[in-house]
Design a protein around this ligand. Structure first.
Ligand SMILES: Nc1ncnc2c1ncn2[C@@H]1O[C@H](COP(=O)(O)OP(=O)(O)O)[C@@H](O)[C@H]1O
Ligand SMILES: [Mg+2]
Length: 303
């Protein structure tokens, strides 16, 4: 097969691993930097160009769209979908997953347990909002946060109110702000389940190194392999499905009322390979081999 990996970082570990595994399995791989692509839009003749030439046809596209370039990257993916290409992750699914509020709405609609969450445009009704969450401490989160930046723990009602006000004040782009129950039982730890198709192919526990409540590896957290309970495994697969993603990193917290899904990442890192020794890249290529030929192009999520 001819496979294109859409990635701005050809030397990224994930890009390298996907290329290596695909080539080992006899595929021809191109790495396409989507930031250097452009689209010409004409009636009946939209085309993606790369290095001044129309982009060649591929049997499968593997998008690895960075969060800082979601809009542009997804625009390119969307164009390729319109040209009839098979893409491992659909542009709509990637866009959806990059918005935490939209994700929470979808997960809840699909009856998947999440931390109690409220959203408001107004800090005047803070008492009522906090009551809904069972009182302080609470988590305040920008809908577009990544790597733990934009996630704040407010210990008291006063802190929650002033943080919320500061967020609204600097929030010119109109990003939604979530208030969330602080799951204190698992402060500083969460579980990353890597889903491919309808299976969890690797899972790890992440722990913050200092006393940070955020366990993101980018914040210096460390990972160890962990075995999921059957409930957690099912939950991770259902969460990926609810988001319309065939490859996803599902983050789960263990709480007193059972596992809760924190977020679903559309372009999960491959650091989990090093932690668990699992061949994540190989599983993804295998999935592409089985699915690229089939033309299931409809998005059935409905939100
Ligand atoms: N409701 C919560 N209760 C406790 N810890 C949380 C909660 N929400 C987030 N965290 C911690 O903060 C980290 C970052 O939050 P997350 O929602 O995953 O945002 P990001 O996309 O920035 O990683 C999580 O990995 C978790 O450790
Ligand atoms: Mg996260």
């Amino acid at each position: 097969m001819k496979i294109a990996i859409l990635s701005n970082g050809p030397s990224n570990y994930s890009t390298q691993r996907l290329k290596e595994e695909a080539e080992q399995r006899g595929h021809e791989v191109s790495i396409v930097k989507y930031k250097d692509c452009y689209v010409s839009i004409e009636p009946n003749n939209n085309l993606v160009y790369y290095n001044g030439e129309p982009l060649e046809r591929f049997d499968a596209i593997i998008p690895r769209i960075a969060t800082y370039m979601t809009n542009y990257g997804c625009m390119i993916v969307r164009q390729l979908e319109m040209q009839g290409e098979y893409t491992l992750s659909r542009s709509l699914a990637i866009t959806r997953a990059r918005d935490k509020l939209r994700s929470m709405q979808l997960l809840a609609k699909n009856n998947i347990n999440i931390p109690r969450t409220v959203v408001s445009r107004d800090s005047a009704n803070i008492d009522q909002l906090l009551d809904q969450l069972g009182g302080a401490p609470v988590i305040i989160k920008l809908a577009r946060s990544t790597h733990g930046n934009g996630v704040v723990l407010a210990e008291t009602k006063k802190a929650a109110k002033s943080t919320l006000q500061a967020f609204y004040l600097t929030n010119e782009s109109g990003t939604n702000i979530l208030l969330q129950e602080f799951v204190k039982e698992s402060a500083g730890t969460d579980i990353r389940a890597f889903v491919v198709g309808s299976k969890v192919i690797a899972s790890m526990k992440r722990q913050s190194l200092d006393d940070d409540f955020r366990s993101n590896l980018h914040k210096g957290g460390s990972g160890t392999p962990i075995k999921l309970t059957p409930t957690e495994e099912k939950m991770a697969v259902r969460a990926a499905k609810a988001m319309g993603l065939s490859v996803a990193g599902v983050d789960i917290m263990r709480s007193e009322r059972g596992p809760l899904v924190l977020e679903v990442n559309a372009s999960p890192g491959f650091g989990i390979e090093k932690v668990t020794g699992r061949n994540v890249a190989g599983k993804i290529i295998e999935y592409v081999e089985h699915n690229a030929k089939r033309t299931v192009h409809r998005d059935r999520v409905g939100a």
